[in-house]
Design a protein around this ligand. Structure first.
Ligand SMILES: [Fe+2]
Ligand SMILES: [Fe+2]
Length: 181
């Protein structure tokens, strides 16, 4: 098996395996966040219908990256169990604060995911149109989720700037972790 150079911070060469790894992890995390929110809010809450629709899109994103991981022989991230637990906990905790906090969580997460996907597409350039096309398609849906969450009152959450800042920092840390291990 060929030895591939490891991704390093500041390395301009797009490491496509690392990209697929972190994207699969992120989409998995997204399904866990929404699952945590739905576990708290239940299916009859008015916000649940909106969340369930976003959840089904995340499941489609995840299936696609699961297939890419298999097809391309990419090792999934070792921090998958972290995404499982932390994603669900984040979703549940924000939903316990109330539906608008759940939406604040979505707005924060999707803001970071949009930036992350934008960075990836830029660093891919003309490389790997299959992956770049997938990312563009999903990025558009993540932006819809962000806008849906804001329209549903995300910014009216008590302490919104702090909550949003914390969640965004957590997302960035989780993304960096999954790129590397
Ligand atoms: Fe997604
Ligand atoms: Fe999303």
């Amino acid at each position: 098996m060929a030895i591939r150079p490891r991704w390093r911070p500041g390395d301009p060469r797009p490491d496509i395996r690392s990209m697929v790894r972190v994207d699969q992890a992120g989409e998995y995390g997204a399904t866990r966040i929404y699952a945590g929110q739905l576990a708290v809010l239940g299916s009859r809450h008015p916000a649940a219908r909106v969340i369930a629709r976003m959840q089904s899109q995340e499941e489609r994103h995840l299936r696609h990256f699961d297939e890419m991981v298999v097809d391309r022989g990419v090792r999934p991230t070792l921090v998958q169990p972290f995404w499982n637990v932390a994603g669900h906990a984040l979703g549940a905790a924000t939903a316990l604060l109330g539906p608008s906090a759940a939406m604040a969580c979505t707005a924060a997460v999707e803001t970071e995911i949009d930036k992350h996907y934008e960075d990836q597409v830029r660093s891919l350039g003309v490389d790997d149109p299959d992956l770049a096309g997938t990312i563009r398609e999903f990025q558009a849906e993540e932006l819809e989720h962000r806008d849906t969450a804001i329209a549903a009152g995300a910014e009216e959450t008590f302490g919104y700037p702090i909550l949003s800042g914390l969640i965004r920092a957590g997302c960035r840390a989780a993304i960096e972790l999954s790129k590397r291990i």
